[in-house]
Design a protein around this ligand. Structure first.
Ligand code: CO
Length: 158
């Protein structure tokens, strides 16, 4: 496993649409392993392939719950309901947070690293993370959907 550098906002790769994964090979497995390590070190809840410089429909989410790390290859939101408006950030936009409206519940269909299809549901933060990461695969950053950015004094120091 190796750490990969996280691309920052302003890099055009973050504005591009990613291509579907067709080969479920060693290269995909090492990308997923590297992304997992990179996410852990960065202490984020999700990371998408374009954030490590690859235009592939691959992302990972780990909100620290019992499901642990979720690997999503070629993910699609197939159902959603409800609404939530909470603060959201992105590893490509350090120290910036904004309020974004997202569905409260989503169902995602995706493939695992071996190409097997599965569906997974997310509620609250997990639904938000799925939406945020899948947006990255279409070249969309949360700041394009933000209702308002938080002021520095509103950002809780942890
Ligand atoms: Co992001």
């Amino acid at each position: 496993m190796a750490l990969r550098e996280i691309v920052k906002e302003g890099d055009r790769i973050l504005t591009k649409k990613c291509r579907p994964v067709e080969k479920f090979d060693e290269k995909l497995a090492s990308l997923l392993d590297d992304m997992a390590e990179t996410l852990k070190v960065a202490e984020g809840v999700g990371l998408a392939a374009p954030q490590v410089g690859l235009l592939r429909r691959v992302c990972i989410v780990d909100i620290g719950d019992k499901d642990g790390l979720i690997e999503l290859v070629n993910p699609k939101i197939i159902a959603y309901s409800g609404k939530q408006s909470e603060a959201e950030g992105c590893l490509s936009c350090p120290n910036e947070y904004g309020i974004v409206e997202r569905p409260m519940f989503v169902t995602v269909q995706a493939q695992d690293r071996n190409g097997n299809e599965f569906t997974i549901k997310g509620e609250g933060l997990k639904a938000r993370a799925f939406c945020h990461e899948i947006d990255h695969l279409d070249g969309i950053i949360f700041k394009q959907k933000v209702q308002r950015m938080l002021r520095p004094d509103e950002i809780e120091k942890s």
